[in-house]
Design a binder for this molecule. Sequence first.
Ligand SMILES: O=C(O)c1cc(=O)[nH]c(=O)n1[C@@H]1O[C@H](COP(=O)(O)O)[C@@H](O)[C@H]1O
Length: 236
Amino acid sequence: MKNTPIIALDFHSAEKTFEFLSAFDGDVHVKVGMQLYYKEGPAIVSRLKELGYDVFLDLKLHDIPNTVKSAMEVLAGFGVDLVNVHAAGGKAMMEAALEGLDKGTPSGHKRPALIGVTQLTSTDDRQVREEQLINVALRDSVLHYAQLTKSAGLDGVVCSVHESAVIQEACGTEFLKVTPGIRLSDGGVHDQKRIATPEEARLAGSTHIVVGRAITGAVDPRAAYEEINALWKGLV
Ligand SMILES: O=C(O)c1cc(=O)[nH]c(=O)n1[C@@H]1O[C@H](COP(=O)(O)O)[C@@H](O)[C@H]1O
C-alpha cells in the first residue's frame, strides 16, 4: 500500500469523482467513504480498482460481531486495499471482522488491511468526558483503543496526528497510524477538532495521511496535492 496522501473522495456522484480524478494520473491513493459508496455502490469501487487506484473503503463498520463478520466477507471480495471498523465495537467484533476478511479474500489475493477507528478527529476532550462519559483524557482513550485493536490482531488504527507518537511507542512502527484531520497551516478547520499539518504528521510517526477538503476544495486540487505530498514526504 502506497504511503502517498490518501485523497478522500467525498463527492456525491461518480461523475463528480472522475471529473476530479481527471487532473491526476492513476498513481494516487484514494478513499471512498459513505457518501460516495451509498450513492454509487460497489461499482465505483470496482471502477477505481480497474483503473489501478489503491482504495481505502471507509465504511466504519460497527455492529454485532456476526453482522460485521458477514459484511467484511463481502467487502473482501471487492479487492480493496484498506477497510475499517470502529474500535468501540469491541475486541470480539474486531476479531470477527478479521475472520470475515480472511474468509472472503479470494485465494491468491492479499487480504485488505484492517484498521480500527479510535476516537474520530472531530471529537475533543469535552465530548469524551461529557457525551461519552469516559473518565480519562481523550489521548488515553485513543491509546486504549489502539492497544485493544492491536490485541485483536488488526493492522493499525485511524487516529489524529496528536496521538501517532504515543501509539507508535506502544504498538510499534509497523502498526498503521492513518491520520485524517490534515490541514495546511492557513487552511480552514471545518468540523474537525484534532487537526495537524502534513509535516507534523510525518514528524509524529503517522504512516498515512487522509486529506479531503484541503485538496478537493482547493482552486487547483492537483497543486494542493503536490504541495501536501511534498510536505508529507519532507521534500520542501
Ligand atoms: O476514517 C476516516 O477516514 C476518518 C476518521 C476520522 O476520525 N476522521 C475523519 O475525518 N475521517 C475521514 O477523513 C476525511 C477527512 O476529510 P477532510 O476533513 O475534508 O480532510 C473524511 O472523509 C472523513 O470521513
